[in-house]
Design a protein around this ligand. Sequence first.
Ligand code: FMN
Length: 200
Amino acid sequence: MNKPGPTNQSTIDLLLTRRSVLAKDMIPPGPSDEELQTILRCGLRVPDHSRAEAWRIQVLDKAAQEALGDFCAELFQREHPEANEVLVEVERQRSQRSPTFLVVTFHVNEQKLKKIPEVEQLLSCAALCQNILVATTAMGYRGQWLTDWPAYHPEVIRYLGHGKGTQIVAFIHIGSVATPPNERPRPEFDNIVSEWRPRD
Ligand SMILES: Cc1cc2nc3c(=O)[nH]c(=O)nc-3n(C[C@H](O)[C@H](O)[C@H](O)COP(=O)(O)O)c2cc1C
């Protein structure tokens, strides 16, 4: 019997070599509007049990990144009055480090909860983020999925326009790099993968 399709070797190579790049090392250019739309469409084409669609993506342009940075810096300063200017500046720059900046949020689809447990809906959101990273790399750009404290702070979530029950799952930075990153250690295949057989 024939397998249903040919091997797409460039996709396999991409998946075997994809690496994140530190957002702070990113430089322009980021994807064009058209390229970004393609990347986001790849995100939307994610496994999603019963089409719960419990995820949303926000695209922040440079002005929006700056506004979020100022908000986070002010919030950080308020909560850490002892922090010096350097630390506050780090918080201001956090959302402004890459040409393209996405916020991916999760809000459970209550109507689907009876059939689709929350964890499945959340896993679909994580898969959406990974699709975006893979598509970003396929387009010739680099990406990094970050969270850190702003992702978990209720005031940041509210500032981004979300109500109670919405979680920030990812800040995704997309851009270019001057030099490609070094490889990092990867899991030992045999530590992770095993063959299971029923006991005799
Ligand atoms: C949910 C999630 C949150 C993450 N948050 C951070 C973060 O806040 N800071 C960080 O340095 N890496 C974070 N990472 C890890 C990076 O995205 C990335 O995996 C890491 O830099 C290693 O690069 P790699 O993708 O080439 O393995 C996070 C990853 C995931 C899946």
